[in-house]
Design a protein around this ligand. Structure first.
Ligand code: PT1
Length: 295
């Protein structure tokens, strides 16, 4: 029995509002669309809605399967944003994207009001880095809208999360957190088939902890819902490859391919065509594995 292939073989589905996403042999790619002036790598370039829309259209043409729109930076040290400010950044862009783009749109927010208005404007996925914990109204918005939901692990909050992240066993603690987040979400009326899980690379984790999570991702895939992973351009890649932000593409591609091999099914990335090519190449090789049956 090839039982180990179940989680990664594309049999999962992801319900997002009234669409159903399915997987082929390789993971799906979520293109990052920052609409923040302080964003950690695309800082300030997409505040003008028309510029944001052009960038999103480009990512879709390059093979992005989902576009993730975020109006509040969550990079280490980032300051929280007022709900009114976040709405002003996100909603005009979401409305325009919904008219221009066929792939599902995701809203990267921890605020229920932003999620509610984003879904009303055409978003079909709520990417909540707090895993529905920070805004008590968020689980109701998710349940009532039928949006897809990404539940992510984070220790602390962006402003201070990198000061002294601490775990006795990072894989076990992240896994237990994701299991209980999934249980809480389903208790709130969100169907399991609407949920993806995310280890939260770089969110309250030091270099060793990030590397351990990526190496042991298979353990998180055992939970039974597809994994979303974001490694693109993050500090841990800078630390390993000794690269500043503009030079983190090679490290990001290597990390994306390893995440894929270890079970990631949705990759959140800035560099869409490069990632698609790397994943296609790695998948082409892996598809030619000769399965050895255990008897
Ligand atoms: C992520 C993610 C996200 N990452 C999901 N949403 C960011 N579901 C925003 C650094 O170490 O991984 N999964 N939304 C971006 N956050 C960070 C965190 C950016 C750490 C940079 C770092 O440099």
């Amino acid at each position: 029995m090839k039982a180990h292939k179940t989680a990664a073989s594309g049999r999962s589905i992801w319900k997002v509002i009234d669409q159903v996403l399915t997987w082929g042999p390789r993971p799906l790619v979520m293109g990052v669309l920052n609409v923040t002036p302080d964003s950690f790598s695309d800082g300030g370039r997409f505040l003008e809605p028309s510029v944001a829309i052009d960038h999103a259209l480009k990512m879709v043409a390059e093979g992005a399967n989902v576009i993730d729109v975020g109006g509040e930076s969550s990079r280490p040290g980032a300051e929280p944003v007022e709900v009114s400010e976040e709405l002003q950044r996100v909603i005009p862009v979401m409305e325009a994207l919904a008219r221009a783009i066929a792939v599902p749109l995701s809203v990267d927010t921890t605020k229920a009001e932003v999620a509610r208005q984003a879904v009303r404007s055409g978003a079909s996925i709520i990417n909540d880095i707090s895993a529905l914990r920070w805004d008590p109204a968020m689980r109701r918005v998710a349940a009532e809208t039928g949006a897809g939901v990404i539940l992510m692990h984070m220790q602390g909050a962006p402003k201070t999360m990198q000061r002294a992240p601490e775990y006795a066993d990072v894989v076990r603690e992240v896994k237990n957190f994701l299991i209980s987040s999934l249980r809480e979400a389903t208790k709130s009326g969100i169907e399991p088939e609407r949920i993806l899980l995310d280890p939260g690379i770089g969110f309250g984790k030091n270099l060793q902890q990030n590397l351990t999570l990526l190496a042991e991702l298979g353990s998180l895939a055992e939970i039974g819902r597809p994994l979303c992973v974001g490694v693109s351009r993050k500090s841990f890649i800078g630390a390993v490859t000794d690269a500043a932000l503009p030079d983190r593409l090679p490290g990001s591609l290597a990390a994306a391919v390893v995440a894929m091999i270890n079970g990631a099914r949705l990759l959140r990335v800035h560099d869409v065509p490069e990632t698609v090519a790397a994943l296609n190449m790695a998948t082409a090789i892996l598809e030619h594995r000769v399965e050895k049956e255990v008897s």
